[in-house]
Write a protein that binds this ligand. Structure first.
Ligand SMILES: [Zn+2]
Length: 174
């Protein structure tokens, strides 16, 4: 609870009954004094895909949406409720790039937090190595504006704003 944008410092009212008797009850929770709602600030699961071509170049995307519009990213996004991480990778690769996944292998994970709508958002980012059925006819769709193939050892890491994505790219070079 170290920043003015942390949800524990921002939320003032119970989202169920609207009571202002909504004190912080733990390191990441509130308990409503009126209706008894226990409300937790949890990290959301998100996924990222590492796809290499036959020359060892890594597929990076350009973000079309905030936060960090125009910056470099790995393909991926939030895991939907009820979805597995593997399903989320396959869905995101299909939505963003038109890629059908042939094989997925879990790589590593990293915690991330960022500012969005004036609120700190916490995520647990899960990285997978992905193999595509085909890398022909990729399209930049959904929430990306473009994509590029780069030598992961030559990426300008300052162009990748998310610490977890920087970590995945660095780890992929080892
Ligand atoms: Zn309440």
């Amino acid at each position: 609870m170290n920043s003015a944008t942390h949800p524990l410092n921002v939320f003032k009212y119970c989202p169920r009954c609207g009571s202002s008797d909504f004190p912080v009850s733990g390191p990441r929770s509130f308990r409503c004094g009126n209706c008894g709602l226990n409300y937790y600030i949890n990290a959301a699961a998100a996924v990222a895909a590492l796809i290499f071509d036959e020359t060892g170049k890594l597929l990076l995307t350009r973000r079309a949406v905030d936060p960090d519009r125009g910056k470099l990213d790995l393909p991926g996004g939030f895991v939907d409720p009820g979805e597995t991480a593997e399903q989320a990778v396959c869905r995101e690769l299909k939505e963003e790039l038109g890629i059908e996944v042939k094989k997925l292998t879990f790589f590593t994970s990293h915690a991330n937090e960022y500012l969005f709508s004036g609120l700190t958002v916490f995520t647990t980012d899960l990285a997978f190595r992905a193999e595509a059925v085909s890398l022909d006819n990729l399209c930049a769709c959904d929430d990306i504006s473009g994509f590029e193939w780069v030598d992961p050892r030559e990426v300008d890491l300052s162009e990748i704003p998310a610490p977890s994505i920087r970590f995945f790219v660095e780890e992929a070079c080892k």
